[in-house]
Design a protein around this ligand. Structure first.
Ligand code: NDP
Length: 478
């Protein structure tokens, strides 16, 4: 199977004739060939988006929202196909691709459709004048997404971007191109005007960077690693492109002695290991109050060891494969580093190969204790099934340890003392905190990080704000 780019409403081959082989992370078998698009393909896609822009941006918000509904309906028909493709492409359990990936991809289009239908023009009255704030489309956007939540994150950008009247060129990760292709089939089947959404497949170095650099790109919405984000920011800055960066995380789960023990174990396991720990929001450093440390640690090890690792397409599977051989090597590197840094591996780490999956990228989930909060393993983003445990006594010491990382994306606090939870949240350098829950998402709230975790916010009205230009019109009264 060979994928194609989608430009100006047509599936078309890449100019270079070069391909990347896309492998199934669970088995190592080939899924498809992915085109490597070069600057010529990228330019064609941008030109197509430019050509579509005048007509598309003239539609009313309501008309554009109706298109988002049509896309949502089509994706809903393709729900099971999304789940199957996502599971095959990423190695994640099918139960997760259904409940999270397929579900949210549909929900993102529906959510932004409703938001856009409900948009109102803000007015500010003066004694002698009225101000109107109009949200105008920006132009042509580059939407760049990573491999961990492929369609979930792409739809999170596409829906508000086109809903606000822009036209776009998408660049998914070369490792997980299947559901981006599915989205193009969906928009093709419903007859979305040509050029509103374009897709170029390929790698970051050639395809991604040509897209960001192009002078006809007006804005860039990027989700991915911090190092890549920094390159994207430098490249976009010289021409003042509007920029949103959703980057890496090293998030803390903070467990107080008064927590609901059972619920907290379940919550901390989920936050540490969902999607094999490959979610930017995963809680990979667990701070446990001293008096329950030993009990909590032992129950955590039991709960983690009970998780079923295996065939991603089996409904009973809790943990699937890692995305790639390189990523597996990275996790192995950090598990060795943990030992070098003085840590003790309490469980996991040894390769665990389910039958028939010998060539996949498998590792048993790792729990480490005994590391200093200043060690590299407890400060750097690992982005895999590995968590570190840390003991704390005092709140002031806890805050110092939690904030001792360059990242600031999310975190969770587990306590029955909600007042303390809320007070502590405000001392943590982060964009998001959950109290007694994790990844409990209301799509209306701001999403994004501080420090090396990103610039700007998406979600709800923050997405509508990013994907538009606010313009003030001031009308003087007689
Ligand atoms: P990368 O930064 O490696 O890649 C992200 C995307 O950028 C891919 O499509 C990649 O293409 C592309 N890319 C790579 N280099 C360039 C470049 N120079 N110019 C333009 N585009 C480029 O991230 P991963 O895919 O490895 O994803 C994991 C990272 O994403 C983690 O750090 C994670 O925390 C973060 N993330 C953040 C989220 C958030 O909301 N804050 C959500 C999800 C993930 P290709 O891969 O094809 O080379």
């Amino acid at each position: 199977m060979q994928l194609m780019n989608y430009i100006n409403g047509n599936f078309c081959p890449q100019a270079s004739g070069k391909w990347i082989t896309n492998l199934n992370p669970a088995t190592g078998e080939e899924i498809c060939k992915v085109p490597v698009s070069n600057s010529k393909d990228v330019k064609e896609a941008i030109n197509s988006a430019k050509k579509a822009y005048p007509n598309w941006s003239k539609n009313t918000p309501h008309e554009r929202a109706m298109w988002l509904d049509k896309i949502a309906n089509k994706l809903e028909e393709m729900f099971e196909e999304i789940a199957q493709l996502e599971s095959m492409d990423t190695g994640k359990p099918i139960s997760l691709s259904r409940s999270v990936d397929a579900n949210r991809s549909v929900a993102n289009f529906r959510f932004f459709s409703e938001m856009i239908k409900g948009m109102e023009i803000e007015e500010f009255e003066m004694k002698d004048a009225t101000n109107y704030v109009i949200q105008k489309p920006i132009g042509v956007g580059a939407l760049i997404t990573p491999w961990n939540l492929p369609l979930y994150l792409l739809s999170w950008k596409v829906a508000p971007a086109i809903g606000m009247g822009n036209t776009v060129v998408c660049k998914p990760s070369e490792l997980t191109p299947m559901t981006a292709d599915l989205l193009m089939r969906a928009v093709d089947e419903i007859g979305l005007p040509a050029g509103v959404i374009n897709l170029v497949h390929g790698n970051g170095i050639e395809t991604g960077s040509s897209l960001v650099e192009d002078s006809d790109i007006d804005f860039v919405s990027f989700t991915g690693g911090t190092v890549t984000g920094s390159k994207v920011a430098s490249s976009a800055a010289s021409s003042f492109k509007k920029l949103s960066l959703e980057l890496g995380g090293k998030n803390s789960s903070i467990v107080f002695a008064d927590c609901d023990f059972e619920k907290t174990i379940a919550g901390v396991v989920r936050s540490g290991f969902l999607n094999q720990g490959q979610i930017c929001l995963c809680g990979s450093r667990i701070f446990i109050e001293e008096e329950i440390y030993e009990d909590f640690k032992n129950s955590l090890i039991n709960a983690v060891e009970e998780m079923k690792i295996g065939d991603p397409l089996d409904e009973e599977t809790d943990l699937g494969a890692l995305i790639s051989k390189e990523h597996l090597k990275k996790i192995e590197y950090y598990s060795n580093l943990a030992i070098e840094e003085g840590g003790v591996l309490l469980t996991g780490g040894v390769p665990c190969l389910p039958k028939d999956f010998e060539n996949g990228n498998w590792i048993a989930p790792i729990i480490v204790e005994g590391l200093s909060y200043e060690s590299r393993c407890s400060k750097e983003e690992i982005f895999g099934p590995m968590v570190t445990l840390h003991k704390f006594k005092e709140e002031s010491e806890l805050i110092k340890m939690v904030n001792n990382t360059r990242y600031g994306l999310a975190g969770s606090i587990w306590t029955k003392d909600i007042e303390r939870g809320r007070r502590l949240s405000e001392s943590i350098e982060t964009g998001m905190i959950w109290i007694n829950t994790w990844l409990h998402r209301d799509l209306r709230v701001p999403f994004g990080g501080v420090k090396d975790s990103g610039v700007g916010r998406e979600g709800g009205r923050w997405s509508l704000g990013f994907f538009s230009e606010a313009m003030n019109v001031c009308v003087k009264q007689e």
